[in-house]
Design a protein around this ligand. Structure first.
Ligand code: IDP
Ligand code: MG
Length: 137
């Protein structure tokens, strides 16, 4: 069993897609241990995406991630990190496989509907940035 961290990003929350996306997650045998809607502050968005600080899209990404409420979640299952990356699809929806969340719902390479941790180590860092252990049930 493994845990991963997921965000349903502002573009998807705005379009009422929380349920649609969580259906895909649950159909793939990942359990939603915790889920809450929140706004990211600019400071939280900058910390969360600090690895991309030098990229040309960083400021735009921070603006987008603070543009509306998002849904932060912890998922658990067999190979959760890799499994969730697979059902999310490629970063750029144009390159995403059929049936993936990003192929179905993403608006652009930036407004691409979902985030998923890229390693177990980052999953643990990201989970503890947003959730207390007592919220994971
Ligand atoms: P990932 O979300 O698939 O792991 P990353 O490369 O870690 O992709 O990028 C983080 C987020 O930054 C992406 O999900 C997307 O929202 C945004 N992003 C990545 N590349 C670009 C780009 O070239 N232009 C605009 N936004 C981008
Ligand atoms: Mg990433």
């Amino acid at each position: 069993m493994q845990r991963t961290f997921s965000i349903i990003k502002p573009d998807a929350v705005k379009r009422n897609l929380i349920g649609h996306i969580n259906q895909i997650i649950e159909n793939s045998e990942l359990k939603i241990l915790a889920s809450k809607k929140m706004y990211l502050t600019k400071n939280q968005a900058e910390i969360f995406y600090q690895v991309h600080k030098q990229r040309p899209f960083f400021n735009s990404l921070v603006n987008y991630m603070t543009s509306g409420p998002l849904q932060v979640q912890v998922l658990e299952g067999m190979d959760a990190v890799a499994k969730y990356r697979k059902i999310m699809g490629a970063t750029n929806p144009v390159e995403a496989e059929e049936g993936t969340i990003r192929k179905l719902y993403a608006e652009s390479i930036e407004a691409n509907s979902v985030h998923g941790s890229d390693s177990e180590e980052n999953a643990n860092i990201e989970i503890s940035f947003f959730f207390a252990g007592s919220e994971l049930v």
